[in-house]
Design a protein around this ligand. Structure first.
Ligand SMILES: Cc1cc2nc3c(=O)[nH]c(=O)nc-3n(C[C@H](O)[C@H](O)[C@H](O)COP(=O)(O)O)c2cc1C
Length: 206
């Protein structure tokens, strides 16, 4: 798939087919992640890959509570919410299933230092910024392979708890959970707010 087509087609998907991604494709996608730009030439990234049901249950148990809004609110929001509210209404009830039902859960870890959590300038966030370049490469290469990704940000102590359970060293932080798989045919596509370059460019001055 051509690059611009992959950029255009990439979407966060939250419903997957019950189909396993091959090890070969998985490796290709992680390799694409490893080609991302990195601060200080470090590439201090590690990936824990979760495939078995029991292991999935184990890593997902910390984020399970508090994500199920009541059906009434959901129905109402899907009817008359803004596009962003509709995205929430589709996403929130799927925070567990969009990872559990994915073929694989990828846990991208990045080596962190104390400055990341107490930034004094934008550059303190370099390790965090670098892992997000990796994540975008993963999203795009998954799209190029006809696959899709879901993604959840760990909240509160969730990331630390997951890191402990998968034996990650204490100087590595979990950036997010990525679900990787084949998108379901009836996958609910969230309408987008579309922007174009002309609306966002400021030549010379804002
Ligand atoms: C930093 C960041 C955090 C996000 N957190 C979540 C999340 O916790 N759960 C979720 O379902 N989607 C999450 N998303 C996905 C967004 O909802 C999604 O990217 C947005 O609705 C635009 O849709 P698209 O990616 O399909 O274009 C996150 C995206 C980003 C970039």
């Amino acid at each position: 798939m051509e690059l611009y087509e992959a950029i255009e087609k990439r979407r966060i998907v939250r419903d997957f087919e019950n189909k396993i991604v091959s090890d070969e494709i998985l490796e290709k996608i992680i390799n694409a992640g490893l080609k991302a730009p990195t601060h200080d030439h470090l590439r201090n990234w590690e990936f824990v890959i979760i495939k078995d049901k029991e292991d999935k249950e184990n890593v997902l148990k910390f984020g399970k509570q508090g994500v199920e809004p009541t059906l009434e609110i959901l129905k109402q929001t899907l009817e008359d919410g803004t596009l962003q509210q509709k995205m929430y209404a589709i996403a929130m009830p799927r925070q567990y299933s969009m990872l559990y039902n994915a073929s694989h859960i990828i846990l991208p870890f990045f080596k962190s230092n104390a400055k990341v959590m107490k930034p004094v300038s934008v550059s303190s966030l370099n390790p965090f910024a670098s892992i997000w370049c990796v994540i975008q490469n993963i999203f795009l290469s998954a799209t190029a392979e006809g696959l899709a990704c879901s993604m959840r940000i760990p909240v509160g102590e969730e990331g630390l708890n997951v890191a402990k359970i998968v034996n990650a060293p204490s100087n590595y932080l979990l950036s997010c959970y990525i679900g990787l798989g084949y998108p379901a045919c009836d996958n609910q596509v969230v309408e987008q707010v579309n922007y174009n370059a002309k609306q966002k460019m400021h030549f010379g001055k804002w």
